[in-house]
Design a protein around this ligand. Structure first.
Ligand code: 6R9
Length: 655
């Protein structure tokens, strides 16, 4: 299955119209209706979002000003008061949804739990009270480092309930990566578990927390709350570590939601950038609540009777917006799975679809490619007839994978929503609306109403149809990130200065190249910066390079992405060694493991090449473009005249 180039994707002419039957029942029923909404939102974005905020959310106090835009800093629903946990839980208890399944969870070993809205509310209140008992107050940051168990959602909602911003750290990250995030966020408490089950293995988490906190590694952390999952033996440090099940037994299940300002910090989520340490992306309460709520409702045509399942991990933005907040705010039933397809159970996803009658299924291209490889006899052996919509996110989907998803999983009847968005954008930005917008395999289609997306050149001028350029957004939207935690200047530099503002027009740019076709459909071309997309997860080349040079054998390292059939991209590292070290297969293995220890398994290089020197410009910049060509075995293309020492390139070619 060859990866398609953008050229071949652009030749993709197939068009899939929503069936009449589907369109008739959808929230947004036709292209005309979409266009009307889009125009309406474009003409008066504030009014558009204010109307939705009024209609879709419950507010303790109405806002005075819909948008305060002091570029690049936006505030939405200024003066408004609400609590997202109230919108996700309490308000449903006043309706028949009280006893509706809010969260259906399946553990990898096959154990299951279902929480109704009333039960989930109770658990959240209990955890909120435990957090308070441990001294967490409004404004204190709480880190969440958990496997995919219901307590992950409960913890997020409990933090939101008491106004303590959470920072979820993906359970696959190492102690080192956890420590960096704890320190940057100055987290007061960590919620973790003994471990979790993933691909037939026990993944230990508490020992990683212990390592991160050892030698006063994260001095702000006062307490650790531990959920029992695997029942493996863990060290509990008296006074610091507490079992959730112990403390839960001693608190009240009554916990009124804090009244939060619309612009109060809801969470920080770290994501990789081109330089330095990961950025703490800041999201606030009101705008994020409205944006995730509305985008999910329209793009997945969410209905009361849907059983909605997003296979992401809560450690990523997709899990935040579209496993927890978006679905629960809508009063939907959201499914959560601890495990993943694995050799011992390649059909597990389809078992879950059949068992719970999943109607909406949302996953990533990398997962689809892995499922293709496992064979279509697995889905074919299950009843997937409950499915009505499929979604994809994380990286451009190659048309071959799209078609397989359409034919084998969607039985040619389910619209595919290819959602382009980012940690920074909070929710979907470019996506088909399934009842209204015909889809083209490989294209994320059209911008969501209220999103002024465009493809421009470096001067901010729109490029011609079918020409490549930078994907930008030209007006603020409620779900946008507000700043980089503790570093507003970095926020400005990273996202708003790549394309310089002109005539009062600001351009949000977060690193993707794209083209628009003659119908105005967007075709995302992937990152144009030094971010590698491994299985839909962002890794900064700098992070991996820093991890490599922290090994005593490594003098210098340069990391690039190389196309990979399954993962989209994989990490390829060029390494020069310190004095006495010799490159060997053993050392390669050791360095790969070292990176996995420093960051996490997703960052483990697929390959490492030892070299005497790295190709650099005269000003000392590593020429990654050349390395990318070399890594993928391509001819070195483009200008090499700025190369300091041409012999370096010749040697690299030879070896
Ligand atoms: C939600 C999420 C964001 C980056 C983004 C882009 C890539 C995401 C995509 C897509 C093509 C899609 N990306 N969705 N590329 N088509 N439908 O993935 O957030 O982890 O921050 O990654 O992922 O490159 O810039 P995040």
């Amino acid at each position: 299955m060859a990866e398609s180039t953008i050229e071949s994707i652009l030749e993709e002419k197939r068009l899939f119209n929503p069936s009449q039957e589907f369109a008739q029942q959808a929230h947004i029923k036709s292209k005309q209706e979409y266009q009307q909404l889009y125009e309406q939102a474009k003409t008066n974005p504030e009014q558009f979002w204010a109307d939705l905020a009024e209609k879709e959310l419950d507010w303790f106090q109405k806002w005075d000003q819909t948008l305060d835009w002091q570029p690049p800093f936006a505030k939405w629903f200024v003066g408004g008061k609400l609590n997202i946990s109230y919108n996700c839980l309490d308000r449903h208890l006043q309706t028949w949804r009280k006893n509706k399944a809010a969260l259906i969870w399946e553990g990898e070993p096959g154990d299951t739990r279902t929480y109704t809205y009333a039960q989930l509310h109770r658990e959240v209140c209990l955890m909120a009270n435990v957090l308070k008992q441990l001294g967490v107050q409004k404004g204190d940051r709480v880190a969440i480092y958990l496997p995919m168990i219901p307590e992950a959602a409960i913890a997020m909602l409990a933090c939101a309930r008491i106004g303590a911003p959470h920072s979820v750290v993906f359970g696959g990250f190492s102690a080192e990566a956890l420590k960096t995030r704890l320190v940057d966020a100055e987290a007061k408490l960590v919620i973790t578990a003994d471990g979790g089950f993933r691909k037939d293995k026990v993944v230990s988490l508490k020992p990683e927390v212990d390592k991160a906190l050892a030698n006063n590694g994260a001095p702000s952390v006062e307490n650790v709350l531990v959920v029992q999952r695997t029942e493996e033996k863990v060290q509990m440090e008296p006074g610091r570590d507490h079992w959730w099940h112990d403390l839960k037994a001693g608190v009240s299940a009554h916990c009124p939601p804090e009244s939060m300002d619309s612009e109060d910090l809801l969470f920080i989520l770290y994501t990789s950038g081109t330089t330095g340490k990961p950025k703490g992306v800041v999201h606030t309460t009101g705008g994020y609540n409205l944006y995730t709520h509305t985008t999910l409702k329209w793009a997945f045509d969410l209905k009361e009777t849907d059983v909605y399942w997003c296979t992401a991990d809560v450690g990523w933005i997709t899990g935040h917006s579209y496993i927890v907040y978006g679905p629960l705010s809508n009063g939907a039933t959201t499914v959560m799975y601890e495990g993943a397809p694995r050799p011992s159970n390649p059909g597990c996803l389809w078992d879950i679809v059949e068992k719970y009658g999943v109607t909406i299924f949302y996953t990533a291209p990398t997962a689809i490619r892995a499922l293709i490889k496992m064979g279509e006899h697995h889905p074919n052996a299950r009843d997937l007839s409950s499915l009505r919509i499929l979604g994809t996110v994380g990286e451009p989907i190659n048309p071959e994978a799209w078609m397989w998803y359409h034919r084998i999983i969607g039985q040619e009847k389910c619209p595919i929503v290819d959602t382009w968005w980012q940690t920074e954008t909070g929710g979907f930005m470019i996506t088909p609306l399934p009842g209204a917008i015909p889809t083209k395999p490989g294209s994320a289609a059209l911008p969501f109403p209220g999103i002024l997306a465009d493809v421009v050149d470096l001067d901010g001028n729109p490029v011609k149809p079918n020409e490549g350029g930078y994907l930008v957004v030209k007006y603020p939207w409620p779900g946008m990130m507000r700043t980089v935690y503790g570093d507003p200047d970095r926020f400005r530099r990273t996202y708003w200065e790549h394309i310089a503002p002109k005539d009062g027009q600001y351009f949000y740019f977060a690193g993707d190249g794209a083209r628009k076709d003659d119908d105005g459909y967007f075709w995302i071309m992937g990152r144009v910066d030094d971010v590698i997309n491994v299985s839909g997860h962002r890794l900064g080349t700098m992070e991996v390079e820093s991890a490599l040079v922290s090994h005593p054998a490594v003098a210098e390292a340069a990391v690039v992405g190389r196309k990979d059939e399954m993962k989209g991209e994989e990490v390829f590292a060029f390494v020069t060694l310190e004095g006495d070290y010799q490159g060997s297969d053993d050392l390669k293995q050791e360095l790969k493991q070292h990176v996995a220890n420093e960051i996490g398994a997703i960052a483990r290089p697929g390959d490492i090449r030892f070299t005497d020197a790295l190709p650099k410009t005269r000003s000392g910049k590593i020429m990654r473009r050349l390395l990318r060509n070399l890594a993928s075995g391509e001819e070195v293309a483009g200008d090499t005249s700025t190369l300091e020492d041409r012999s370096v390139l010749d040697k690299l070619r030879g070896g």
